[in-house]
Design a protein around this ligand. Structure first.
Ligand code: AMP
Ligand code: MG
Length: 408
């Protein structure tokens, strides 16, 4: 047995992967295209927002201590026109929501608390306090403050923050180009009626989607037969066009497991086996800065190993601040059957009525059963054991979607 065949603890394997993953060069993209990208530098507010005292109401800017019965409307009196004059005792200025409060005024009275006749305004409130209905300068954001840390994935609200601060374009981490190959002579496209011994290709679709979700740009996605020449040319093409190559199948102990057999010819193989279930055979190799994940063919093994190893690597390449999986403690609500390896069982993780997280696995957990993902939002981390783990036990779980509230 060579060292490459040593079965690595998943944490050790992930550390090897992360040590090989390098942030890609950053690029500057227009804000319209920045959604889902990763902020390269911290966003620091160049100005305060609002930059002026802003009204939160449609109404009249007033002097709060003024008790004048009938007050004159300054300026044109048109909505939106900021009067040049200072508001003082006996006068008001018409103001719209969001508009600058004119000098002299220290409060805004909503229009529905006033009555207006013959160009004069009466305030229908017993008392007006200084600051009423005014957003002070910098109440949303103070100039010089860090608004978003570097390494933040840009979602909708964050794009709004960038826009509000006048950032029409933004420097983001590079987007890893990913090539996806499903392999296997027995694997046919979904629109083909499988012949004897054939199965439909699930992995090309699960992996292509997963790579995109992880922030990658899938530049190649195709099925390759178990044929040496075809595989070599697919890898050669992918090494030209992609930063990351993800394959499924061909990495176990069979004669036709050609991915495993060929990888060493053009890449440096870093490990071949991980002490985990599903997904024991997992070939990780590098060619220069390019990463190659030879994932197992069983659809569940394939996706779980993508999640455990390729996902963090893609995060590093984009410059994401958070690379590690979100691990939480959960209480099992039924017995769990462990295996002889660390097992990542698909589970439904919810917040129970007492506020604790509970986990229930999704039925049979064999590595061919993709249905075990249905409804699941995390992996229950089941330590190896020969004994049943009784319901009510506390285990770790890796969340990949939020645990929604208690199920009724
Ligand atoms: P392998 O890793 O190539 O030995 O494949 C392991 C198992 O996964 C076999 O039962 C294959 O038929 C199945 N398999 C391989 N590739 C795919 C695929 N793309 N979609 C669905 N199942 C697959
Ligand atoms: Mg195969």
């Amino acid at each position: 047995m060579t060292d490459l065949d040593r079965m690595l603890h998943p944490d050790e394997a992930r550390a090897i992967v992360l040590a090989q993953a390098r942030p890609l060069p950053t690029e500057t993209v227009p804000l319209e295209e920045a959604g889902g990208r990763v902020l390269a530098h911290a966003l620091v507010a160049a100005e305060s927002l609002p930059p002026f005292r802003a009204s939160t109401m449609d109404g009249f800017a007033v002097v709060s201590s003024d008790a004048t019965e009938q007050r004159n409307i300054l300026g044109s009196g048109l909505a939106g026109a900021v009067p040049a004059e200072t508001v003082s005792m006996g006068s008001v200025a018409r103001i719209m929501t969001g508009a600058p409060v004119p000098d002299g005024a220290d409060a805004v009275v909503p229009v529905e608390r006033t009555s207006e006749a013959d160009g004069k305004v009466r305030i229908l409130l017993d008392a007006v306090l200084p600051g009423d209905n005014i957003r002070p300068v910098g109440s949303d954001m103070v100039a010089g403050a860090e608004v978003l840390p570097a390494g933040t994935r840009l979602t909708g609200p964050y794009l709004g923050l960038l826009a509000s601060l006048g950032e029409a374009s933004v420097e983001v981490g590079g987007r890893p180009r990913v090539a996806v190959f499903s392999t296997g002579d027995e694997v046919v496209a979904p629109d083909v009626e499988p012949g004897p011994g054939q199965i439909r290709d699930a992995n090309r679709f699960t992996l292509t989607y997963a790579a995109g979700q992880a922030g990658g740009e899938v530049v190649l996605s195709r099925h390759v037969p178990d044929d040496e020449a075809a595989l070599r040319s697919a890898f050669a093409e992918a090494l030209e066009t992609a930063d990351v190559i993800v394959t499924s199948g061909g990495v176990s102990m069979g004669d036709r497991d050609l991915v495993k057999a060929l990888l060493g010819d053009f890449a440096e193989v870093r490990f071949r086996r991980v002490f985990m279930k599903p997904g024991k055979p997992l070939n990780f190799a590098t060619a220069g800065e390019k990463l190659i994940f030879g994932l197992p063919g069983n659809p569940v093994s394939c996706l779980v190993s993508f999640h455990m190893f390729a996902l963090p690597a893609l995060a590093v390449m984009q410059g994401l601040a958070t690379v590690e999986h979100e691990t939480v403690s959960v209480t099992t609500t039924a017995d769990v059957q462990p295996s002889d390896r660390i097992e990542y069982q698909r589970a439904v993780i919810v917040v129970a009525e007492d506020g604790q997280l509970t986990a229930l696995t999704t039925g049979p957990q064999q590595s061919s059963r993709l249905q075990s993902f249905v409804g699941a939002n995390g992996f229950l981390v089941v330590p190896p054991s020969t004994e049943t783990i009784p319901g009510g036990s506390v285990l770790d779980a890796i969340l990949y979607a939020p645990p929604f509230g208690a199920k009724g």
